[in-house]
Design a protein around this ligand. Structure first.
Ligand code: DX5
Ligand code: ZN
Length: 221
């Protein structure tokens, strides 16, 4: 699957509506919403009221990436705000199995996020319960960082694990994803390595033609 999830972290917060409408009209598949608490990551972004506002205009699923400590305390609030997918960090939760069931009980999709240093093998016994595995290809906290090349190996290993277990989790990659026109082009190679969903913040919103970039990321045009 070749899905694109533009990250609104890099959108224009003074006119979020215009950027949401652009994504609605584009070939993008999901809205990626980065929630940061200043504790799990060294940055603070936006929270529940903003996700609720985005939901009013978004015509595609909201993929809410929680970079917060004690994420399980907020699943219900983000589901009520309109999240269609909630992903939370392996490194921020001691009871992954319970947390995944909590999200699913809210009637939405559940995913686990791995930081660059966390091996995919930690998911071996939970993989078949997951709708999404999000692999961080930068250290979480900021947009516009450099892609970590080691991510390709992680995607390939995870793809093997998913195939072996006949699991259906989508592989999502987040951080430093770019198009063929950029210096660090990698979207095509990431899909070829086995990724299903690519998140892109700066590549989309800091470009002169965001809709065209979304098309390039998705179809390698
Ligand atoms: C980083 C966030 C990413 C970020 C990606 O902590 O999880 O979603 O917005 O931004 P780019 O694509 O600019 O690396
Ligand atoms: Zn993210």
């Amino acid at each position: 699957m070749n899905l694109i999830a533009p990250s609104l972290l890099s959108a224009n917060f003074l006119n979020l509506e215009a950027d949401i409408e652009m994504v609605n009209r584009s070939e993008a598949d999901w809205f990626h919403c980065d929630v940061m608490d200043g504790r799990f990551v060294p940055n603070i972004s936006f929270g529940i009221p903003v996700v609720q506002a985005i939901k009013k205009k978004a015509q595609k699923p909201l993929d809410v990436h929680l970079m917060i400590v004690e994420p399980e305390k907020y699943f219900e609030a983000f589901a009520k705000a309109g999240a269609d997918i909630i992903t939370f960090h392996y490194e921020a939760c001691n009871h992954i199995h319970r947390a995944v069931q909590q999200i699913k009980a809210l009637g939405i999709h559940a995913g686990v996020v791995l930081n660059p240093h966390t091996p995919v093998s930690v998911l071996e016994d939970i993989l078949s319960d997951l709708d999404v595995v999000l692999l961080m290809s930068v250290n979480p906290g900021f947009g516009g960082q450099q892609f970590i090349e080691r991510t390709y190996e992680k995607i390939k290993k995870l793809r093997l694990m998913i195939n072996e277990q006949h699991a259906s989790a989508l592989i999502e990659v987040d951080g430093g994803v770019n198009t063929k026109n950029a210096k660090a082009k990698n979207a095509k190679a990431l899909f070829e390595a086995g990724a299903d969903v690519l998140v892109a913040g700066n590549a989309v919103f800091k470009s002169e033609n965001p809709m065209e970039v979304i098309k390039e990321l998705k179809f390698f045009k």
